[in-house]
Structure formats: C-alpha cells, structure tokens
Ligand binder design. Structure first.
Ligand SMILES: [Fe+2]
Length: 168
C-alpha cells in the first residue's frame, strides 16, 4: 500500500475488540445470579467502557468518514446511507441498554437481567451485521477516496479518548 493511501487495518483491529466485547457481555450478563449486585456492577462498568468506545468510533465515522465518502462517491451512495442507518440502529440499542442498566445494578433483579440479556443479544446482532458490512464493502471505498491524513484524523478521534481513559 502506498504511503498516501489510508491503512484501514486500524478499523479491523477496533472492530475485533467490539465484536469480542459484545459477545462477552451477551454471554456473561445472563449468568449473573439473582441479587449479585457486585457482579452486576462489574459487568455494568464493563458495558459502559464498551459503549463509550463504540460511541467514539461511530461518531468519528459519522463526522469524518461518511460525509467525505458521500461527497466523493456516486455509485455507492446507497451503501454509505446504509452505514448511517446501521449506526442509528446500534445507537438505539445502546440507549435501551443504558436505560436498563442502572436498575439491574441496584438489585440484580433476574427479570431486569433477562430483559438486558435480550437487549445485549440484539445489540450484538446489529453491531456484527454493521461491522461485517463495513469491512466487506466500505473499507475499499475509504482506501480509494480518503487521503492518509483524513483517515489518520478519524482514527485519532476514536483512539484518543480511549487512551486518555486508560491513563486516568
Ligand atoms: Fe467501523
């Protein structure tokens, strides 16, 4: 790959993390015993890290990738619009999980846990569909239509806050 083209391997790396975290959360939350607020608190904190990292990643794409692609691609505009709709769906799922999580943390009620487990399974399905689509169809567009500097700015937007959080 030439130096002035984006190296989209960064995208694959962060997607791998999101796939793993969404799988782990969907697997661990249903196994928490009724009333185990300590375990619920640990997993809720884990979920919030996942949601925050994902939020930064989606926002970076919304602000710094999709508008540039939409301005530069013609044939594939439908694809970029599909990415935006998938982001909306993922965000709606995160909002629903975020709304239910505090109640579960308080009492580790099994009915709330089961509700959350369903939401986390839905989240994983929506997320994986989006990440797969993006990797299959959009990375090539990014490599073709964004400069290396534009891509680096997008990557810095999602990596910077995560690095800052891990130093805190
Ligand atoms: Fe992505």
């Amino acid at each position: 790959m030439s130096a002035d083209r984006p190296d989209t391997h960064d995208m694959l790396v962060v997607h791998r993390v999101f796939r793993r975290e969404s799988r782990v959360l969907a697997g661990l939350v249903p196994a928490v015993a009724a009333g185990d607020v300590v375990r619920a608190g640990i997993l809720a904190a884990h979920y919030r890290d996942h949601a925050l990292g994902l939020h930064h990643h989606l926002s970076a794409e919304d602000d710094l990738v999709w508008p540039k692609l939409l301005a530069r691609v013609d044939m594939e505009a439908d694809l970029v619009i599909r990415m935006e709709h998938q982001h909306e769906r993922v965000r709606e799922g995160l909002d629903r999980i975020g709304a239910a999580m505090p109640e579960w943390e308080r009492e580790a009620d099994p009915a709330v846990r089961d509700h959350l487990a369903g939401l986390l399974a839905d989240h994983r399905a929506a997320l994986v569909e989006h990440l797969d689509d993006e990797e299959r169809h959009v990375l090539a567009l990014i490599e073709e239509h964004l400069s290396a500097a534009e891509w680096a700015a997008a990557v810095a937007r999602w990596i910077g806050p995560v690095r800052g959080a891990s130093r805190a």
